[in-house]
Ligand binder design. Structure first.
Ligand SMILES: [Zn+2]
Length: 875
């Protein structure tokens, strides 16, 4: 694997401080002092050294063999994910449909399946404007040592592109890119406060790869080869002077549109107050749930920035809107919940004397009083049957956010910067008023009612989006909330739906993180690439936008996506193919994201990437980023796994994929029918094996609602969260507070140790029985594990559930089922893939061996051999 051993973004991200986020989790028990914890002195994680000139590796690979005496410690400067090289991968291609863009789960389109190699390619206009010949003569802006480009916002599945169409378009492996439009970069991007130069022909932006005539200031577009003027701006006396233009020297730049729209743009934190947060709270909770919720809400109030305006709404059979105008009393206006609020109801609220949105600094005490005054549900009605008018409550919240300005004529409405938020705290289904479903599934008209409710909720989500409001729904408790009905509301607005066991810690953390997420609005992502490349599919939180720019740009063939919200934690997964055999040495990709940030500035972020083309399959494979490929594959696969039975079918396609990759890119074992998986991408098959067994496609998750929630999160999730949701990361606690990274195999369950397993939405802490028996040692180990778990997920949204348990407890099964069962494999195979075993004494190994109970799940090696593929050697 050609990956340079650099910081993985996963790690970097965990330590990049998040701008503007309030200090997390005051409600949590204080974290344990670091003394007994993790490798004091040495950095636990590599520093977030994403320097501009450095190409961050998106994939954590381990080029070195773990020495038996010394597993890779996270205390070392560069942690490696020592997941043993996995098996080879495979193939039956998921064929892109003719329409390239697919919104994530809601409206999946049929995907044609074929194992042939011909693809439905569209034939976009070919440019022949006579400027092609210029290509040879023009020097590019900066010729030498141009990075081929990667940015933390853009992760390609390979650093090279195969020239031959037939080889490049093998869909089992596929080529594509993950784009995170809102991702913070460190250091921040170069900011340019003037209008960008754009190609008159295709709309692409000038960039560091452009050929420039310094005498005339003309620049040649890398996408369509058109020659454009720069109004003399690029006229310089030498090529070196061009470096002074950030867009000609950096692959990522942010243009702040000054224009004349907001001449008095002031980037102050206060402007954030223009986008309020409204909490919409279920009032039908029993005592224990309510107590948890109250402490989460109190902690939330203490965490919110003083300038943030918040509103508080309760819903049950009615909607109560809390009024902050009384300084020391919790008082509320009550609206009936059975139907959508009438104009009279809303006018009374909006034009009345009450204050329903108030900055935290003015109303903190009142907010605490309101939350203290909440009372448990009194009637003798089962949880699931209580009247809850969630739909009406969200309508009222929207009306308050819009305020009187909603009545003003168009153009006068002042546009807030960023998105407003409605955060619903729900403990049960919406059973009353618009968008509701009957209490009982056995209701004779249930299917019809559900369909109507679903549609209504989706409409409400769209309405929220039109008013730049994101609706997050945080559910908790054991009462089924009817996920299919609530999901469309969150999704259509650009929000998320998250399930929690209770209203306690994880819920409280998510309440704070949901409110602290910086969200840009009015986002638009434009994708332009060299004429050799075709975008075949896009998965992510947006929809294809039909925008006619042809008056400005004659031949704009960009793929344009309207974003629901622009957030750090989101990502688009874009699949691409070669349209034909490529003749040129490089292909170019440009991603332009336009949005309004929370400070009301209009930003155009432009990222330009150049990748070299190659004939050699091996050179290509060496440039492949296994983890990015795994995430791209997983997103395409999950898009089609709409329900449990689809998910089972998708496991088979994973098998086919692994077989096909071995067949197309591997080598045949002499005198046998077996194929060897290509060693260059040895990590990939194991990642896919995890995908197949894990919560997204496997049988780990108990309820289909839960799987559906995970699937929706996953389809929009950033690379960092996505890769963890696909394959867990296993870290073993060591004496002295360090952690050793190990393959996520059940062989890690060694009785005298503690292990942290990070699976994205869940983090488990497992304490071996022998360790647990020693009180002092186990307390220190548990504290260290706990600190690590919190650090690993510090910036994650949603925050994971963190569970700790002892070996042999009933909860331990959550943990075991996520590890690859390798205990039945022969010792030489175990040692090859899990070298840490060699450090154990004979006695310890015997003990380990006897600790496993027998079950039928195949090990990784058994699985891949069943596909007639020889597992790749661990690298
Ligand atoms: Zn152009």
């Amino acid at each position: 694997m050609a990956t340079p051993p650099q910081a993985s973004p996963g790690y970097s991200k965990t330590i990049t401080p998040q701008i503007d986020s309030p200090s997390p989790n005051p409600d949590r028990s204080p974290t344990v002092p670091a003394t007994s914890t993790i490798s004091p002195g040495a950095p636990r994680f590599p520093p977030p050294n994403l320097r501009k000139d450095q190409i961050p590796s998106p994939s954590i690979k381990n080029p070195t063999v773990l020495s038996p005496a010394n597993g890779v410690k996270t205390g070392s400067p560069i942690p490696h994910l020592s997941t043993p090289p996995g098996p080879p991968v495979f193939t039956s291609p998921v064929r892109p449909a003719a329409v390239p863009f697919r919104t994530s789960p809601a409206t999946p389109q049929p995907v044609a399946f074929s194992s042939g190699s011909s693809l439905p390619t569209s034939s976009p206009p070919h440019f022949s404007n006579g400027s092609v010949e210029l290509q040879q003569q023009l020097p590019s802006a900066i010729e030498e040592s141009l990075p081929n480009g990667e940015s933390p916002c853009v992760l390609f599945s390979a650093q090279k592109v195969l020239k031959q169409k037939k080889q490049a378009n093998v869909p089992s492996l596929g080529f594509g890119v993950l784009v995170s439009p809102g991702r913070e970069t460190s250091p921040g991007p170069q900011v340019i406060q003037r209008d960008p130069h754009r190609c008159h022909n295709c709309g692409a932006y000038s960039n560091l790869y452009c050929n420039i005539l310094i005498g005339s200031g003309q620049w040649q577009c890398v996408i369509c080869r058109n020659l454009n003027g720069s109004e003399g701006e690029y006229i310089t006396s030498s090529k070196e002077d061009l470096r002074n233009f950030p867009e000609l020297s950096s692959p990522l730049v942010d243009f702040i549109q000054t224009g004349n729209k907001r001449p008095s743009f002031v980037p102050v934190t206060d402007s954030r107050t223009s986008a309020p947060i409204v909490l919409v709270i279920d009032e039908c909770l029993d005592e224990p749930h309510l107590q948890h919720l109250q402490s989460s809400l109190h902690a939330f109030v203490d965490s919110v920035l003083p300038t943030t305006r918040i509103g508080i709404i309760l819903y049950g059979r009615t909607v109560s809107v809390y009024d902050f105008s009384e300084e020391s009393i919790a008082s509320a206006d009550v609206i009936p919940g059975g139907t959508s609020p009438t104009q009279e109801n809303l006018k009374a609220l909006i034009y009345g004397t009450g204050i329903y949105l108030s900055p935290m600094h003015a109303s903190k005490e009142v907010a605490h009083q309101i939350f203290s005054s909440l009372r448990p549900y009194k009637l003798n009605v089962p949880e699931a049957s209580r009247d809850r008018c969630l739909g009406t409550a969200v309508e009222v919240a929207l009306a308050i956010i819009r305020g009187p300005s909603a009545d003003m004529s168009r153009g006068v409405v002042k546009r807030p910067g960023g998105n407003s938020r409605i955060i619903v705290c729900s403990g049960g289904p919406n059973t009353y008023g618009p968008g509701s479903v009957p209490h009982s599934y056995t209701h004779p008209n249930y299917p019809h009612k559900e369909k109507t409710a679903l549609k209504w909720m989706e409409g409400l989500g769209h309405e929220a989006h039109q008013h730049n409001t994101v609706v997050d729904i945080l559910c908790a408790g054991t009462c089924p909330v009817r996920v299919p009905v609530l999901q469309p509301l969150a999704k259509a607005s650009g929000g998320v739906l998250v399930l929690h066991d209770d209203f306690g810690e994880a819920f409280g953390v998510n309440l704070q993180r949901a409110s602290a997420r910086a969200a840009g609005s009015h986002g638009l992502l434009e994708i332009r690439c060299s004429d050799d490349i075709l975008v075949t599919q896009v998965v992510g939180p947006g929809e294809e936008a039909q925008i006619d720019t042809h008056e400005t740009f004659k031949n704009d063939i960009s793929l344009c996506i309207q974003l629901l919200s622009v957030e750090e934690t989101q990502c688009f997964s874009i699949s691409m193919e070669n349209k034909h055999d490529i003749k040129s040495d490089y292909v170019y990709f440009q991603f332009a994201i336009q949005y309004s940030n929370v400070y009301q500035a209009d930003i155009a972020r432009v990222i330009t990437i150049r990748l070299p083309t190659v004939d050699s399959v091996s050179a290509y494979l060496q440039s492949v980023q296994d983890e990015v490929v795994a995430v791209l594959v997983a997103k395409r696969t999950l898009l089609r796994a709409k329900n449990y039975s689809d998910a089972i079918d998708m496991r088979t396609t994973i098998d086919e994929r692994v077989k096909d990759i071995a067949f197309k890119f591997g080598s045949q074992v002499p005198k046998s029918k077996l194929y060897r998986f290509p060693k260059e991408i040895s990590l990939l098959p194991e990642l896919l094996f995890h995908l197949r067994r894990g919560p997204l496609l496997g049988s780990i998750v108990g309820h289909e609602d839960e799987r559906s929630v995970l699937r929706n999160l996953f389809l929009n999730a950033s690379f960092d969260l996505s890769v963890r949701m696909v394959a867990p990361r296993c870290l073993m606690h060591r004496e002295g507070g360090t952690f050793e990274e190990l393959p996520a195999y059940d062989l890690a369950m060694q009785s005298d140790t503690a292990v942290v397993l990070d699976h994205g939405t869940d983090v488990f802490i497992w304490l071996g029985a022998e360790l647990a028996a020693d009180e002092g040692r186990s307390a220190a180990a548990l504290a260290a594990c706990r600190t690590l778990a919190e650090e690993l997920s510090e910036l994650r949204f949603p925050a994971p559930r963190i569970l700790a348990f002892k070996e042999g407890s009933s909860q331990a099964r959550y943990f075991v089922s996520r590890l690859i069962p390798a205990h039945k494999d022969p010792p030489y195979e175990q040692e090859a893939r899990f070298p840490q075993l060699r450090t154990l004494t004979t006695e310890q190994r015997t003990k380990l061996k006897s600790s496993f109970i027998h079950f039928d799940d195949p090990s990784f090696c058994e699985w891949i051999r069943s596909l007639k593929v020889v597992p790749p050697e661990p690298s």
